[in-house]
Design a protein around this ligand. Structure first.
Ligand code: AMP
Ligand code: MG
Length: 481
């Protein structure tokens, strides 16, 4: 048996069997001098893959797409999407799906290369990606995973040995992304433009079988699928709000039907608390700012509902009414979940009619005093760190006394489970990426390691806990191309 077979790939490709219009068969474009940068052995192990006997040269070939695993059948997926509110035809312009690997615990996982060359959906793009943004996605997605937030994962990054031309030449790279699927709201929007009921039924049935088999026998599966996605997305965005994560580009093509966080482009974590926090250089209006994320989630879900109308009810008016009613319930459902999440962050067990006030007073104070979101909860949990002076404020102290009276025996435990003591802070992320681009991967690996236990008080944590040094320059993120 060759080394390659010992890895344990177990492909069973179902998406590539969908109608021709959904996909385009295409191979990754070979690269000149692939070189492995990082391989996620923990994830590989969970997937039932063993790379321990494969040398680095062979690994580089595998994760660049120069040598495809047995059973892979690479395709680019067609989709569309509302980007900053404008509808566009898209598709995998710099990604290919190798296929679906069935993991040892029988999970069906998409294996996708990002940065693997041009496809018919590339429009004017080169189909490639740069090292910094691919390592950034690796770090951020793995951090989210450890924060217990549904997300795609990262299996490997290779350098291609070729430059990509952006504002200046950058080292090219390919990320291997693992997802429970890459079906997006935008996939449904693409099928909607085709006005083909058979294709829509095919996509709905496929999605339900893959992600929500429990509703496969329902009387109105399109309606149930909509309700399922609403629940999933509320759970997701509440989690983002919990840890201060700002996705940054919540276009409908970046909203996965699985409910996983997908596409780590201009994402970043909030430092000081402010609902208007927005880091993305292209988000001039703050459409995807921290505090707008729930409203945008609802907007995207309404776009999803539009795709399903004909299946929800053949009578147009009826369908519209039913869909509007469900979407209208979003706000209440979200608020309820958000409130529970905030109570958990503050260790508030049981009900007290003043809890609402306690929460909003703290948020107000954090905004007014420009307090660091993550560290405020660390401070309340009595984690030691340098910036205690920020909290020596009379108003804050008065609030804290009130809050302390409301605590109970297990409050500590609840808080520890809900408040990370470490997040990938913008300045730390930038620094480790800068070193990695100069071939020094130690800082990157150290940060990655620390982020694996975000709820544990580890040694050397302090260096990752400080808010960014005060500077006049606003931190900016880019779309990750
Ligand atoms: P994103 O902002 O990463 O969600 O990408 C939006 C769309 O642009 C997707 O269809 C991508 O495939 C496409 N895209 C992004 N970067 C490139 C690139 N360098 N070459 C070709 N297509 C790209
Ligand atoms: Mg995208």
């Amino acid at each position: 048996m060759s080394d390659k077979n010992k890895i344990g790939w177990n492909f069973d490709n179902s998406y590539s069997n969908l109608p021709k219009s959904f996909i385009y068969e295409i191979s990754p474009v070979p690269v000149k001098h692939p070189e492995l940068v990082i391989l996620n052995y923990d994830l590989a192990d969970k997937m039932g893959l063993d790379f321990s006997n494969i040398d680095n040269k062979e690994l580089a070939k595998i994760f660049s797409g120069n040598s495809l695993p047995k059973g892979a059948k690479s395709i680019a997926q067609a989709y569309a999407g509302h980007q900053f509110g404008h509808f566009t035809m898209l598709g995998d312009g710099r990604a290919v799906l190798l296929g679906e690997h069935i993991s040892k615990n029988n999970q069906r996982l998409d294996i996708q290369f990002k940065g693997s060359g041009q496809t018919p959906f590339s429009r004017n793009g080169d189909g490639r990606a740069a090292l910094g943004p691919m390592l950034r996605e690796y770090l951020m997605s793995e951090a989210m995973y450890s924060l217990n937030i549904p997300t795609t994962r990262s299996l490997a990054v290779v350098k291609t040995g070729e430059n990509v031309i952006r504002e200046k030449p950058l080292q090219g790279a390919i990320l291997t992304r693992v997802a429970s699927s890459h079906i997006r709201v935008g996939t449904f929007q693409f099928i909607r433009t085709r006005e083909n009921l058979d294709e829509l039924n095919t996509l709905v049935n496929y999605t339900i079988e893959r992600h929500y088999p429990e509703i496969s026998k329902s009387k109105n599966n399109a309606y149930d699928l909509l309700s399922k996605l609403i629940d999933k997305q509320i759970e997701l965005v509440v989690n983002w709000m919990r840890v201060g994560f700002i996705h940054g580009v919540m276009n409908t093509d970046n909203m996965a039907i699985s409910g996983e966080t997908i596409d780590y482009g201009p994402c970043a974590f909030m430092d000081s608390y402010n609902l208007g926090t927005c880091f993305s250089s292209i988000d001039h209006m703050g459409r995807y700012a921290y505090g707008n994320q729930p409203a945008i989630t609802k907007w995207n879900l309404a776009r999803f509902a539009e795709c399903l109308l004909t299946l929800i009810n053949p009578k147009k008016d009826e369908a519209l009414k039913i869909a509007t009613d469900v979407i209208d319930k979003f706000d209440k459902q979200y608020e309820k979940k958000w409130f529970v999440m905030m109570k958990n962050k503050l260790g508030l067990i049981g009900d007290d009619k003043k809890d609402n006030l306690l929460i909003f007073e703290l948020l107000e104070l954090m905004k007014e005093l420009k307090l660091d979101y993550t560290n405020t909860f660390c401070f309340l949990m009595s984690q030691k760190f340098k910036d205690k002076k920020d909290y020596q404020n009379e108003k804050f102290n008065n609030w804290r006394i009130k809050w302390q009276k409301r605590l109970s025996k297990d409050s500590d435990k609840l808080m520890k489970y809900n408040n990370p003591v470490i997040i990938p802070r913008n300045h730390n992320v930038e620094n480790v990426l800068k070193s990695a681009e100069k071939n020094d991967f130690k800082p990157f690996n150290d940060l990655l390691e620390a982020l694996k236990k975000p709820y544990t008080n580890q040694k050397d944590l302090a260096k990752y806990q400080s808010p960014p040094p005060k500077s006049d320059e606003k931190y900016q993120t880019f779309c990750g191309t």
